[in-house]
Design a protein around this ligand. Structure first.
Ligand code: NAP
Length: 186
């Protein structure tokens, strides 16, 4: 398969990249890293990305930052930045990418445990992750040409066995599931 990974230089990306590279053709993208430059907080940048990479079978997003801290410290900028970077970033890849993906292709987004099981001081993360979960469930019903979509929703990745992280992404990329929120480390 030809797979685009956005955020391959990050913590999760560094787990995925070497294993996916063993079996698939991988193209990586990030703001300052990877084969191609993209800033997923910009819809125009996402559009340029898909004009550049063609014939993709899978898109995996392991990028998108949000503020962590007590609700008393949350600002409008934190809300906007979390929504722009993570929610609009990850979902924008689907909104644009659906028109470019090969038949039977897949999207794998990465929200996180805070969307379903929030811990204190994570309101913005909970907001962003919950929005992505809802989007994935709904988008799976609408995507055409056999295109699938799933969310991998990890807890703290540093304390999850790397093989579990890999299995979750492989389940989405290489399996047949669609509309699943794949939970790990809960
Ligand atoms: N790590 C965890 O424990 C954990 C748990 C649950 C959920 N998650 C979620 O999983 C995703 C990845 O987490 P991570 O810990 O691997 O992140 P990370 O270590 O901070 O790495 C983020 C990666 O994404 C790229 N990136 C960041 N913002 C971008 C943007 N606007 N456009 C394009 N690329 C961008 C970065 O590369 P450049 O700097 O080159 O852009 C980097 O490769 C995040 O959405 C995070 O919230 C992480």
């Amino acid at each position: 398969m030809k797979i685009l990974i956005i955020g391959a230089s990050g913590m999760i990306g560094r787990i995925l990249l070497p294993e996916l590279q063993k079996k698939h053709e991988i193209i990586t993208a990030g703001r300052n890293s990877g084969d191609i430059r993209v800033d997923i907080s910009s819809f125009a940048s996402i559009e340029n990305l898909f004009k550049e990479v063609k014939e993709l079978d899978a898109v995996v997003c392991v990028a998108g930052t949000t503020f962590s801290g007590p609700i008393q410290n949350v600002t409008n900028e934190h809300l906007i930045s979390g929504i722009q970077n993570k929610v609009l970033g990850q979902t924008g890849l689907v909104i644009v990418g659906q028109h470019y993906l090969n038949d039977g292709g897949s999207f794998t987004l990465t929200p996180g445990k805070m969307g379903e099981l929030p811990a204190p001081q994570n309101t913005v993360k909970a907001l962003a992750n919950g929005a992505i979960n809802s989007f994935v469930t709904a988008a799976a019903m609408d995507l055409e040409r056999g295109i699938r979509i799933n969310a991998v929703s990890p807890g703290l990745v540093s304390i999850i066995p790397p093989q579990d992280v890999l299995n979750a992404y492989f389940h989405s990329i290489e399996g047949t599931a669609s509309g699943e929120i794949i939970k790990l480390g809960y």
